[in-house]
Design a protein around this ligand. Structure first.
Ligand code: PGA
Length: 255
């Protein structure tokens, strides 16, 4: 059985006051028996958020990490530092990192490895642009992104890792993939992993991300291979985020 996971990606938003209020509202609204909930706060607020969610079921996540563990890398934040602040998860290879900051497939694979080295569970993002989808290249792109990570890391490292399918054209655009589109790619991801190790594939949680909201979450989460959601803008509103968590709780997991 795969336990559903809902991760909020707050991106570069909020103030110390607003993120701690948001974390508090989400932590107190999370019901027992629901999905696992991870809040990926801006790095500078991880400590403040950790204090607020201490003792709750909500877990802490980061949005990015360095591929290095320590040293002369001005401005970078390492996996061991994130762990030290209480993070359990870290997003790796978000399309905004790839597109705006030029992160390559190879660097994303290195970051995945860096996360595993220090015991962080990576949430590795894959997904095609609109041009790639229209050119019929969706599977080729997702395969390339994922295989670069798999080839550098042993497949066993995917045991506690999470994959997020986030079509770039659906992120922050209000344009969500249809449940069928999400399912098609996410089944492809699982099959790709299963071709190497069926047991790991069966246990792998694959999230959908890209304009997930309270009103479309249930239909997405009803799909066989949609094990949860990576939520951007809707995670900045506690009420809406908790409704998405409720939709994930209702997900019937059939294996
Ligand atoms: P969005 O962002 O929900 O605002 O589309 C999702 C993400 O970037 O992870």
């Amino acid at each position: 059985m795969r336990i559903p996971l809902v991760a909020g990606n707050w991106k570069m938003n909020g103030t110390r006051a607003s993120v701690t209020a948001l974390a508090g509202a989400i932590a107190s609204g999370c019901k027992a028996g629901g999905p696992q909930v991870v809040l990926c706060a801006p790095a500078i607020y991880l400590g403040a958020v950790a204090e607020v969610i201490a003792g709750s079921s909500v877990m802490l996540g980061a949005q990015n990490l360095s591929d290095q563990d320590a040293g002369a890398y001005t401005g970078e934040i390492s996996g061991p530092m994130l762990r030290d602040m209480g993070a359990r998860y870290v997003i790796v290879g978000h399309s905004e990192r790839r597109r705006i900051y030029g992160e390559t497939d190879a660097l994303v694979a290195e970051k995945f490895e860096a996360a595993r080295r220090c015991g962080l569970a990576p949430i590795v993002c894959v997904g095609e642009t609109l041009a790639e989808r229209e050119a019929g290249a969706t599977q080729a792109v997702v395969r390339r992104q994922l295989e670069t990570v798999i080839n550098l890391n042993k497949l066993a490292e995917f045991e506690d890792a999470v994959v997020a399918y986030e079509p770039v054209w659906a992120i922050g655009t209000g344009r969500t993939a249809t449940p069928a589109q999400a399912q098609e790619v996410q089944a492809f991801v699982r099959a790709l992993v299963a071709s190497r190790d069926r047991r790991i594939a069966d246990g792998l949680r694959i999230l959908y991300g890209g304009s997930v909201r309270a009103d479309n979450a249930a239909a997405l989460l009803a799909q066989a291979d949609v094990d949860g959601a990576l939520v951007g803008s809707a995670s900045l509103d506690a009420g809406e985020f908790l409704m998405i968590c409720a939709a994930a709780a209702a997900r019937v997991k059939i294996k």
